[in-house]
Design a protein around this ligand. Structure first.
Ligand code: GLC
Length: 556
């Protein structure tokens, strides 16, 4: 029943995964062709970013028909075949549930904007102008106000994301029932659950107050509205509890560690797991002009320590380093040039041994890196483009400064096509790829890593196999042994009679380890050759090792 705690999730961004028909866009057939690859990797839950019909204002996170497949991605027959293929390989499939908002091209919104008394009007959030302006001063995630005036009816509608993503009105029970019906439709088809997009936003303060003093533009204020837990418990009662295998993962934007167990606490009847944003790249518009410095290792460790402590044995988290909303992890915390293999494998070691269900983002298993975008036109993401309009075209910031920042934080880094081979377009498509292919595919690609025993890909495979369903990795307690060490992450996982110790050097330098007694342990796994006599207290650049100990934990 609870084996999702023992699973490993792999996130597929379908647009960029594999194109089977040469139109430059990844598709479901393309995924089917790679199921053996995924099964050999050892992951067992596949999460697909949205595959539903969408005008693509936000690459599928703006859905115009929740029950139809995006034509570029294929047909419902293709989907059924995909699901069957996943099943045959003993894996499970979860879909993205995007129900904070729909597309403005969804028939509900088309109806809703016709007149104030249309039966679908209340499916969305409308407010009359206030002093001839927006009803409050909220900003959208993708630049500009969160309200747009509908000329026809003279009222504003709320959209926390683009104008083409009107927010659904969860206060309306009819809307909620429609969403539940749609969820049942997919569960009846046989899908295994949902990753729930910006789920803490479903409930909003019905008074829509302006940002409080000192918190202007704070997007986390949209989260954890007054009825959020009531809605999630209703969803659980009406849908999820009827499908006991259903896996649920909440995208926990705006949820603090202290609030997390309200969503995932074992008796809450809400979600199985949640993932947070405390180590994500900040997404506010201003960061495209003035990006925040990257997390130091001590900050990063504090985030993991804090979350593990807050969730404890009561709830469960989903652990990730990369996803379609963040730049590539090797470019953030590793060294994509000089220590590509070492740093990518070190990060894999940490990702796969923290407490929580890990998600591997497509391409991270070969250490895909950020890409160099030479001009604003090279980017696709609506977030970058809108920020460019407000920050640069308005004359507030120079274009050069924007380009440098976007090259560090843009979501497009994670969306460049999967690098299958050194062939043109990385073997992703025979056509024109919808987004540039990273030129480093000649060096970093699946085909060459498959035949290289020392590759990042083979390290992932071996580590996943070794990990198996070891109870210590899944259920063991977690303790950070060196929270203040600026370059080494060392944590203990302890369960019954076994203790595992994970040590990881996050720096380019050799470093002395402040933990004695390692020689008593067995090196179970390492990203450097440890066959010769190993110097236990010295770590090479980005070196990672997992030790096991019997009976007692390690003293520091
Ligand atoms: C989530 C998605 C992101 C999308 C946004 C709006 O944060 O992960 O990609 O843009 O929601 O749906």
């Amino acid at each position: 029943m609870f084996n999702w705690k023992e699973d490993i999730i792999y996130q597929i961004y379908p647009r960029s995964f594999n194109d089977s028909d040469g139109d430059g866009v990844g598709d479901l057939m393309g995924i089917i062709q790679k199921l053996d690859y995924l099964s050999a990797l050892g992951v067992n839950i596949l999460w697909l970013s949205p595959i539903f019909r969408s005008p693509n204002a936000d690459n599928g996170y703006d859905i115009s028909d929740y029950r139809a497949i995006q034509p570029e991605f294929g047909s419902m027959d293709d989907f059924d075949e995909l699901l069957m293929g996943v099943r045959m390989r003993g894996m499970r499939l979860i879909l993205d549930l995007v129900v904070n908002h729909s597309s403005d091209e969804h028939p509900w919104f088309q109806q809703a904007r016709r007149s104030k008394d249309n039966p679908y009007r209340d499916f969305y959030i409308w407010r009359p102008p206030k002093d001839g302006r927006e009803p409050n001063n909220w900003l959208s995630f993708f630049s500009g106000p969160a309200w747009t005036l509908d000329e026809g009816t003279g009222e504003y509608y709320l959209h926390l994301f683009t104008q083409k993503q009107p927010d659904l009105n969860w206060e309306n029970p009819k809307l909620r029932q429609e969403v539940y019906r749609m969820m049942r439709f997919w569960l009846e088809k046989g899908v295994d659950g949902f990753r729930m997009d910006v789920i803490p936003f479903l409930s909003k303060d019905p008074d829509f107050p302006d940002y409080p003093e000192g918190r202007y533009g704070d997007l986390t204020l949209y989260a954890n509205g007054p009825r959020i837990h009531e809605f999630l418990q209703e969803m659980h009662r009406e849908v999820i509890s009827q499908y006991p295998w259903c896996i649920t993962i909440g995208e926990g934007f705006g949820v603090s560690a202290e609030q997390a167990n309200l969503y995932v606490g074992r008796n809450r009847q809400e979600l199985n797991m949640i993932y947070h944003f405390d180590h994500a790249v900040p997404r506010e518009e201003i960061n495209f002009a003035e990006p925040q410095p990257e997390f130091t290792l001590t900050e990063l460790k504090a985030v993991f320590d804090n979350w593990d402590a807050a969730i404890g044995n009561e709830g469960w988290q989903n652990i990730y380093f990369g996803n379609h909303d963040n730049p590539r992890v090797v470019s953030r915390f590793g060294d994509a040039e000089r220590y590509h293999r070492e740093s990518a494998t070190m990060l894999a070691t940490v990702l796969l041994s923290l407490r929580g269900t890990p998600t591997i983002y497509q391409g991270d298993e070969i250490g895909m890196t950020n890409c160099r975008f030479n001009s604003i036109e090279a980017f696709d993401d609506v977030q970058v483009r809108n920020a460019y309009t407000t920050l640069v075209e308005s004359g507030r910031y120079p274009a050069e400064q924007f380009l440098t920042a976007a090259n560090r934080i843009a979501r497009d880094h994670a969306r460049t096509p999967m690098q299958w081979s050194y062939e043109p377009n990385a073997g992703f498509t025979t056509g024109n790829p919808w987004l540039m292919v990273n030129p480093n595919h000649s060096r970093i690609n699946v085909a060459s890593q498959q035949v290289d025993r020392q590759s990042v890909l083979n390290y992932y495979k071996d580590l996943i196999r070794w990990r198996g369903n070891k109870p210590t990795i899944t259920y063991g307690s977690y303790r950070d042994l060196l929270p203040d060490d600026p370059v080494v992450y060392a944590f203990e996982r302890k369960y019954a009679l076994q203790t595992l110790l994970v040590i990881a050097n996050f720096s380019r330098k050799d470093t002395e380890l402040a933990i004695p007694d390692l020689a008593n342990g067995i090196v179970e796994f390492a990203n450097y050759d440890v066959s010769d006599k190993v110097n236990h207290t010295r770590l090479r650049p980005f070196e990672a090792r997992i030790y096991s100990f019997k009976n007692e934990s390690i003293a520091t």
